[in-house]
Write a protein that binds this ligand. Structure first.
Ligand SMILES: [Zn+2]
Length: 431
């Protein structure tokens, strides 16, 4: 027994090392070397392969889809599990993970000791990071477990090419749209629809890996954006009082009013008192700002407020108007549809989705025409100087500066031309 344990320990160390090396070196040319190393015959017996903690040589697994309208109880009883057991399982599950939380459209994995016998348990994964083991062998037990994952700190840089956008340049580097959203949050002081060719960005972010594969989009810790000779920074800071992105001085990178009601969009027509209308074929002032975006792109409220109008007109199509305070109001036109549940009188908060981009009403293509009022007069919101948000109070700044200085150093060591690289694995959790 002692000998076996020792071997097991060595095996765990060896596999741990291989996984770590795997994550550290899986990029580019080192891939082949890693594969070679992994395929070498091993002098020590390999660690027993397990699935959800079960020895794969002792158990049989069958993935089974939960269809809409089907009942878990039926699936189990059809396979020989008694009603009494199902009833007891239901009771036991209540305290840990209710059977009612198992969603149609997902799979469960049935577990059997013998292929010809009734299952003795099943596994359900509510998310990529957790799974729940339901066993009803001799005893009934339900336990929720964490999938072992590793968090790696990574860095990435990019350049906006001519005719491209921030989201395109991030997509080119394999980052999801969610990461573009996060970068826009991290650098809320930058107005991205005005991005110029040659603008560059750098980010430091954490990404989770399961079995060497990245999962989820990642979380930005520090970002920097270069536009001409200006460089903008955003640092993620969190303590018991503050949470979010802050600039060099410690002012939140957040606005009282967002500059655009859609993300990853471009201005297709600006506020213009002298504009030639493309549909009406005559000069008509454009008292709004048009943001072109794909049909269905979420539109959000630029600030907290209350919905004062919700309707349809021949010109506006589906539109909403929001009163933000005694001074400012905003309006959003040509929506393909409204976010359900919103009506006149509904409260909305900054960044809350209120509808989706479309081309209803008098519109040549999919866009949102954004209109903005100050004291009852339509104005160009991009020209308005809104009051800035208060910076962090003095007593919290030293703590923030420590975080800021650390990431600032890391960012300065990162060149704009650098390709993706994994800096280091920061956690190695196992269930
Ligand atoms: Zn417009």
């Amino acid at each position: 027994m002692k000998k076996y344990r020792f071997d097991l320990f060595l095996g765990v160390c060896a596999i741990g090392l291989l996984v770590l090396c795997g994550v550290l070196y899986t990029n580019g040319q080192n891939q082949n070397e890693l594969e070679k190393a992994l395929s070498q015959p091993q002098s020590k017996p390999a660690l027993k392969e397990t699935k959800f903690g079960y020895d794969v040589t002792q158990y049989h697994f069958e993935e089974y889809p939960i269809n809409y309208g089907s009942f878990l109880g039926d699936i189990l009883s059809d396979r020989g599990v008694s009603y009494n057991t199902i009833y007891k399982l239901e009771k036991a599950a209540e305290k840990v993970y209710s059977l009612r939380k198992i969603k149609a459209g997902k799979n469960i994995t049935l577990i059997r000791k013998d292929e010809c016998e009734a299952p003795t348990g099943f596994v359900y994964s509510p998310s990529l990071f957790t799974y729940v083991v339901f066993t009803f062998d001799d005893t009934i037990s339900v336990s929720e477990k964490q999938v072992p994952f590793e968090t790696c700190r990574e860095t990435l840089t990019g350049t906006i090419e001519a005719g491209s956008s921030l989201s395109q340049s991030m997509d080119d580097k394999g980052l999801s749209l969610a990461m573009t959203d996060e970068l826009e949050d991290a650098l809320a002081q930058v107005y991205f629809p005005n991005a110029q060719p040659g603008d560059q960005w750098k980010i430091i972010y954490d990404r989770k890996y399961i079995k060497g594969k990245p999962v989820g989009s990642g979380h930005i810790l520090a970002a920097c954006y270069k536009n001409g000779n200006s460089e903008y920074f955003g640092f993620y800071f969190e303590n018991d009082r503050y949470k979010g992105y802050y600039d060099i001085e410690g002012t939140p990178n957040k606005k009282t009013f967002l500059r655009a009601p859609v993300r990853a969009s471009r201005i297709s027509s600006g506020y213009n008192l002298n504009r030639f209308h493309p549909v009406l074929k005559r000069r008509k002032p454009h008292l709004g700002t048009d943001y072109a975006a794909a049909k269905g792109t979420p539109i959000f409220s630029v600030s907290d407020g209350v919905i004062t109008r919700r309707g349809f007109t021949k010109g506006n199509g589906n539109y909403l108007k929001i009163k933000h305070n005694g001074v400012y109001q905003s309006q959003y036109l040509h929506m393909s549809k409204f976010k359900s549940g919103l009506k006149v009188g509904s409260r909305v908060s900054q960044g809350q989705v209120i509808g989706y981009v479309g081309s209803t009403g008098l519109a040549t293509g999919n866009h949102v025409c954004f209109r903005f009022w100050k004291n009852g007069r339509q104005i160009n919101h991009l020209r308005e100087n809104f009051p800035p948000l208060d910076p962090m109070p003095y007593e919290s700044l030293p703590e923030y500066y420590e975080v800021r200085d650390y990431y600032r150093r890391e960012l300065s060591e990162l060149l704009y031309e650098d390709e993706v690289k994994v800096v280091y694995a920061i956690t190695n959790l196992s269930s």
